[in-house]
Design a protein around this ligand. Structure first.
Ligand code: HEC
Ligand code: HEC
Length: 233
């Protein structure tokens, strides 16, 4: 049977359909390019702050303290920023900025960060490879192991790994990874919850736990987590 062309009435429709398809493709391409552009701008914004800071706004380069690797510094208790989720990092920077998490150094750094800076920095650090001790640290004292793994029911202290269990952290944006975090950093946080200098934990869960711990227990449990290897949640 000879092929018959479409009745004349359908031809403009055909053309219109072809135009719609082309227009959709072009729009999709432009959107993809715009997204790629935005992503590139976000990475550039983060890298600039990480490597150079913005001194006019009192923002010191993050690498000065958290190092190129993001691992921070054990002796100075500059936190290990690797192995943390994007939303946790963004929350902490926002909390330093508002002052509900007090720290002389980080409050100055965060004071003039814009929301866009915070989003870019959180994206940048959450994508670094998780790294940190299993280290030459001594094995943690027994009281640290017990507290971390079993808690103390008599004093209503839950085991830390109920929540800070790296394997269970995937997809949980509110509980930070503390395995392979620096011991001094961990003990400083527990002390900050005891004094109220850090006051940003959902439901006061961490401050109520920290207030029950003795100084020896804080040191022991900090050594326990610092001794673990840092893994991505
Ligand atoms: C002069 C040193 C210094 C500089 C520069 C610095 N930090 Fe910090 N950072 C610290 C210290 C000290 C702490 C721990 C503060 C505390 O105990 O709350 C910290 C903690 C943090 C935390 C909290 C980590 C956690 O696990 O909750 C984040 C996030 C952070 N810094 C991000 C940044 C970013 C992003 C920059 C760059 C814009 C930066 N810091 C620049 C010293 C510094
Ligand atoms: C019921 C869940 C839960 C339990 C149990 C728990 N934590 Fe936490 N922990 C949290 C949450 C949630 C946060 C994040 C608070 C915030 O948003 O700042 C946190 C934060 C922390 C931080 C700060 C980490 C950082 O990067 O700054 C440390 C240190 C910590 N916990 C130690 C412990 C220790 C030690 C124990 C056991 C004695 C423990 N936690 C038990 C939920 C818990």
């Amino acid at each position: 049977m000879p092929r018959r062309s479409l009745p004349i009435i359908f031809r403009p429709l055909h053309r219109a359909a072809a135009f719609t398809v082309i227009a959709t493709c072009v729009t999709a391409l432009l959107t993809a390019t715009a997204i790629a552009d935005d992503a590139a701008k976000e990475i550039a914004r983060a890298r600039d702050l990480v490597e150079h800071g913005r001194l006019a706004d009192g923002i010191v380069a993050c690498v000065a303290c958290h190092r190129d690797s993001g691992q921070g510094d054990a002796e100075s208790a500059f936190g290990n920023l690797t192995g943390l989720t994007e939303s946790y990092i963004a929350k902490q920077l926002t909390d330093y900025r508002s002052g509900i998490r007090e720290n002389r150094v980080m409050q100055v750094v965060a004071a003039k960060l814009t929301d866009a800076d915070i989003a870019a920095l959180a994206g940048y650090y959450s994508k670094l490879e998780a790294s940190g001790a299993k280290s030459p640290l001594p094995e943690p004292p027994a009281i640290g192991v017990t507290l971390a793994e079993q808690g103390d029911a008599a004093r209503e202290i839950p085991s830390c790994v109920t929540c800070h269990n790296v394997a269970a952290l995937a997809g949980n944006d509110t509980i930070p990874n503390i395995a392979g975090q620096h011991a001094l950093y961990i003990s400083r946080q527990l002390e900050a919850w005891q004094t109220g200098a850090r006051n940003n934990d959902p439901g006061s869960i961490m401050s109520s736990i920290a207030k029950k711990l003795t100084a020896d227990e804080i040191n022991a449990v900090a050594l326990y987590f610092a001794w673990q290897k840092r893994k991505a949640p």
